[in-house]
Unconditional design. Sequence first.
Length: 104
Amino acid sequence: MTQSTSKSKWNHKEDEIFDQLCKKYKLNFRSVADHLPNRSYTQVRSHYYNKIKRKQVRIASNISNITQNCSSQYENKIIQQVQQDAKEYTNQNILINSVLDTFE
């Protein structure tokens, strides 16, 4: 590692420049590092793969939340349907019992 290489966290400005350079140079981390004077090839490559991992975790979390939300909505619809069916069944039983009472 050269003396000018930074060991500090990537700041917002560096990250913006990094994103622009990655769009331009794709996976050519050497070229990206050449445009970031305080970052080495290894730091650039690690930063890229760490960003991908963080993005994958966010996506997985979002999928999990969506799945749970859909599942909850589906369960709520089933519960509402069962409650509605039970109400109709109860009303039918009341009607049947009242009709039967008239024959006694």
